[in-house]
Design a protein around this ligand. Structure first.
Ligand code: BT5
Length: 255
């Protein structure tokens, strides 16, 4: 159960680092669903080593340790489970958030939350360990009560959207409960279990986007979430492409 054990830090470099350490401990190691939460991070990060702005005492920075019985290629859609959980939890508070595939939660064009999924494996430390020692670390940053952001960020928070401060730990509980349910459904039934909910929160649906497909920039309209969790896009000639990873840029706001 996600949230079965929660370890809280005042500060750390990154909750993903703490979760990775905990996942790899020989004694008292993180169970499936263990959570690390910190009040601030000195080295909070996004994908490709980008910085995650992590001021103290205002927002949520946490990482969930998962030990799903899944082959590696089925891990990426777990990011969508986390995004859906955040979206639904803040939607319930009146915030009109949507998911920008694969890992952003936005309100309009401003980022409310981001997800960073990493793998942690112990095999290099201990040759006798097997695949069950591989853990998936899902790091989630949610802007909850920050009212101002560095000018270079297009960011928003729950408090900016609702006009009121929000109890961070109540929101954390809501996110973890929803994430537990989505991860369970995904592990049991695959991406099909996420498709309907994802489509109703899909910020890119029907929009013209540009993305890298096999190293080449391709533009087209987003069609749907494919059964492997990639994003299906149709170019101007009607050819379908699968966006497997990376950045998707929206070209215009007209659906
Ligand atoms: C992400 O990366 O969006 C994943 C962010 C994950 C953060 C959590 S916090 C808990 C856990 N511990 C960590 O160290 N990380 C995870 P990406 O898609 O690469 O987006 C990064 C970009 O988002 C940056 O380059 C900025 O432009 C923008 N950004 C940084 N901090 C932000 C913030 N607080 N709010 C909105 N946008 C932000």
């Amino acid at each position: 159960m996600i949230g079965c054990t929660i370890r809280r830090f005042e500060t750390c470099t990154s909750t993903n680092d703490e979760a990775t350490k905990w996942a790899g401990q020989h004694r008292d190691r993180a169970p499936h669903g263990g959570v690390i939460v910190a009040d601030t991070q000195t080295g909070g990060r996004g994908r490709l080593g980008r910085v995650w702005h992590s001021p103290a005492g205002e927002n949520l920075y946490f990482s969930v340790v998962l030990r799903p019985q899944l082959p590696l290629h089925r891990v990426p859609p777990i990011t969508l489970c986390a995004g859906l959980a955040v979206c639904e939890a803040v939607n319930a508070m009146g915030v009109a958030a949507s998911i920008k595939w694969p890992n952003d939660v936005l309100v309009g064009d401003c980022k409310l939350a981001g997800v960073l999924t990493e793998m942690s494996t112990q095999s290099q430390h201990s040759p006798q360990t097997g695949p069950s020692d591989t853990a998936v670390i899902v790091g989630i940053g949610v802007n909850v009560n920050s009212r101002r952001f560095p000018p270079e960020l297009c960011a928003t928070s729950v408090a900016n959207e609702t006009g009121a401060d929000c109890d961070r730990f109540t929101l954390l509980g809501e996110i973890l409960t929803r994430m537990d349910s989505w991860v369970e459904q995904y592990c049991a039934h695959g991406v099909g279990a996420l498709q309907q909910a994802f489509e109703s929160h899909n910020q890119l649906r029907g929009h013209k986007v540009v993305a890298k497909v096999k190293g080449v920039l391709v533009s087209g309209r987003v069609v749907a979430l494919a059964e492997d969790g990639s994003l299906l896009m149709k170019d101007d000639h009607g050819t379908e492409h699968r966006i497997v990873a990376g950045e998707v840029t929206r070209l215009e706001n007209v659906v």
